[in-house]
Ligand binder design. Sequence first.
Ligand SMILES: NC(=O)c1ccc[n+]([C@@H]2O[C@H](COP(=O)([O-])OP(=O)(O)OC[C@H]3O[C@@H](n4cnc5c(N)ncnc54)[C@H](OP(=O)(O)O)[C@@H]3O)[C@@H](O)[C@H]2O)c1
Length: 324
Amino acid sequence: MNATESRDGQLAQMKALRAHARGGPEQLRYEDAPRPAAPTGSDVCVQVRAAAITFDELTWSETWESDGADRTPVIPSHEVAGVVVATGPDADGFAIGDEVFGLVPFDRDGAAAEYVLVPAANLARKPADVPDVEAAAAVLPALTAWEALDEHARLAAGQRLLVRGGTGGVASFLIQFARAMGVEVTATVRSAASVEAAKQFGAHTVLVGDEPNDIPPATFDAAIDAVGAGTPEWAYRAVRPGGRVITLQEPPDAALAEASGVEAMFFVVSPNAEALERLADVLARGEIDVAIAATYPLSDGQAAYASRSSTRSSGKTVLVVSQS
Ligand SMILES: NC(=O)c1ccc[n+]([C@@H]2O[C@H](COP(=O)([O-])OP(=O)(O)OC[C@H]3O[C@@H](n4cnc5c(N)ncnc54)[C@H](OP(=O)(O)O)[C@@H]3O)[C@@H](O)[C@H]2O)c1
């Protein structure tokens, strides 16, 4: 029996959250969808237990198209934890029954569904003691934070980092990893109610508001915008000449970067087995606080995506698809 067939040989369906047209949470429907085909090549079919949300993914072009071709209807949520139910012939290192976590390529159907296909290179074994919700929630923020810090910010102990938006999923990992490196971390938050959360992640200093007057110019060795699009001018000015500004949602403003004499860059995280193994170790040793804002059943997926605009706790929002 392959992943598309039920026992009587009929094409099998699964429950999924799908959008049939571009847009925001209002487009998402909990409905029947075809199960993925049997995995080929190095793909692995994962029965999803938890799928974490990045709210901005509904704005990413990769969510809606692949190589310029419209992909609707699409299944969102690319951060997954679950169990292997089928493997392609080249999916080395994984067997049916393995508990895994990882990242679904952004231009493929995601994990807001009962089953998802993931390349073996984008998966790692989930440590047995780590809950599925935490494993799914950690994948994208941790890999993004490591790539931002190790490959782009390239900070040394004692240097200063500004994180714009100190309570989000990526920010929570940025702050914890940077602090562990001995970096002095300042975070901005939207309101006074969020100060404690950013401090708990390890920020040495927390500034409230999105136009902080109290940042002297040229103070930081690097700034990372963990809010989203539209990195404000003050974030460029806050960095010393020769320092780095890293944006995560869209390419930086070249004119603002030039005016402040900073190097500015944007990247899209590239999953790799080494980073996933490193994350599995960090999670297994309990070295990181994985902040969960809320969990929702898959059937309430639309509400989960819509929760962005409500008052939320800090950290990741996660869909619980099935229990172990
Ligand atoms: N390039 C990549 O590879 C990559 C990978 C992952 C994520 N990303 C991008 O990184 C960004 C962050 O992702 P995420 O998952 O961490 O998002 P998230 O969990 O939604 O976090 C964004 C945070 O920014 C805060 N915020 C919003 N406006 C603010 C303001 N004016 N001042 C201070 N804080 C503010 C929000 O707080 P409130 O709750 O108060 O609104 C929220 O906590 C997104 O744009 C995402 O697309 C990029």
